[in-house]
Design a protein around this ligand. Structure first.
Ligand SMILES: [Zn+2]
Length: 440
């Protein structure tokens, strides 16, 4: 992390040089004894506390967030035990603090050399290092100067960043968060974001994309794979279905149950693309391509299929779809299109080559990022060319509440408002879509 802003003030009281052998004047003797008494009594911690109180009193008036004393900053300065008095040594200090305390950013430093420590406070209280936004930490270091009759002081302010997690982001109280690139391990800070637009995290060092966050209906961000909450609608399947037929039934279930609506979950007034979990989409009966893909993939995974949601471009537009492995083939299921009549008509990914180009894939536990951005997609959704990054939380733990919904499935047209509680279907019933369609 680099210090974003540096300001320096060097006030050096140059002492008159004394020629060897000459007698000290009375004034000089008094000055030295006063300094000796002061330096014996110098209490850095007390100075630091007084300075903090004065600064916070002023910040309170201007409604700026108050600063806090940081033990680790003070301890580091004490251990270092020197005050840089040149531009060069100051830069070294900033580099060192960056390495030693990487969770601090926006480090600002003010140095001061004064003949009397008590006059330092009014100067430090209003210096540039304590003004400005995005700071919450303060430490002061004071020591008798190596030049006799003077005191060196160093004031350091900064912002202690918290670890980037969706929870810390959604708390909306941390202006800057810190994270580590999983590819090159470099540590960097990022500015908090709100607004609900999908957000890619890209490493500034190696330019690898390593996380995608999207917002739910409340505007809270989650890792994209956290929308796969481990949901399986309580449907009944006809005995004797083969795996391809089961896949088709699930696809048909999603298509017939959820009306397609572009950007359905979003609040138009807030202009955001809100994502829904499977239970939310099924309960509302409405979803856009990402919502229905999430429902479809979650259901397929619950039934033991190896399925992933793909995000990318289809026919030149941003889109979401589902890919599933079965019997050595990868099938592409388009949740917004009517499924074919029979399972043997389900298309493999090769039939969609060039038309569907994924950029990010995800399942319940991980996100997959195309490793070599320059290399064109080779139509393999499950190869090692996708970098797997496990992220998100155990879905049940995080969003378990939404799984407790009583699942009611209604007509896709939106006109038929007869609902049927699938949980009440008997195990011997025909597959659930047919039972449901008979309601019409
Ligand atoms: Zn990196």
């Amino acid at each position: 992390m680099r210090a974003l802003s540096i300001c320096v003030l060097l006030i050096v009281f140059v002492l008159a040089s004394m020629s060897g052998g000459s007698l000290l004047s009375t004034a000089r003797i008094e000055e030295l004894s006063r300094w000796k008494a002061q330096s014996d009594a110098l209490d850095g911690a007390k100075l630091e506390k007084t300075l903090l109180e004065k600064i916070n009193a002023r910040r309170k008036k201007t409604l700026e967030p108050e600063l806090q004393l940081r033990v680790e900053l003070s301890a580091w300065l004490d251990k270092r035990g020197s005050v840089p008095l040149t531009q060069e040594s100051l830069q070294t200090l900033l580099d060192d603090v960056g390495k030693a305390l990487p969770d601090y950013t926006n480090i600002r430093v003010q140095t001061l050399t004064v003949a009397d420590a008590s006059v330092a406070l009014p100067l430090l209280e209003t210096c540039k290092a304590v003004r400005g936004e995005d700071m919450d930490s303060l430490a002061l270091y004071a020591k008798p100067s190596s030049t006799e009759s003077a005191f060196d002081l160093l004031l350091m302010t900064g912002l202690k960043t918290v670890e980037f997690t969706p929870e810390n982001l959604n708390a909306r109280i941390h202006p800057i968060l810190a994270t580590t690139c999983p590819s090159c391990q470099s540590r960097f800070a990022l500015r908090s974001f709100t607004g609900g637009e999908p957000c890619n995290l890209v490493c500034p060092e190696c330019e690898t994309r390593f996380a995608l966050l999207v917002a739910d209906n409340q505007g809270a961000y989650h890792y994209v794979n956290d929308f796969l909450v481990g949901f399986e609608p309580p449907a009944r399947f006809r005995d004797g279905l083969n795996r391809m037929e089961e896949m088709l039934q699930i696809w048909r279930g999603v298509f017939q149950t959820c009306e397609y609506k572009s950007d359905s979950g979003s609040d138009k007034k807030l202009d955001r693309d809100a994502w829904q979990t499977g239970p939310e989409t099924l309960n509302r009966g409405v979803g856009d391509c990402d919502d229905t893909s999430v429902l479809l993939a979650d259901w397929l995974i619950s039934r033991g299929f190896n399925a992933r949601v793909a995000l990318g471009e289809a026919m030149g537009e941003g889109h979401a779809w589902v890919v599933v492995q079965n019997d050595g083939h990868t099938y592409l299921l388009e949740s917004t299109s009517e499924p074919p009549e029979t399972a043997d008509q389900i298309g493999t990914v090769s039939e969609f080559a060039g038309k569907y180009v994924p950029e990010i894939l995800f399942d319940r536990d991980a996100c997959y990022f195309w490793k070599n951005g320059k290399e064109p997609f080779d139509n393999n959704y499950f190869s090692q060319k996708w970098q797997r990054l496990a992220q998100g939380e155990a879905p049940m733990a995080r969003r378990g509440q939404s799984i407790q919904l009583s699942i009611m499935v209604g007509a896709r047209s939106g006109l038929n408002r007869d609902w049927m509680d699938l949980a009440k279907l008997s195990p011997g019933a025909m597959d659930w879509q047919i039972s449901w369609l008979s309601l019409k």
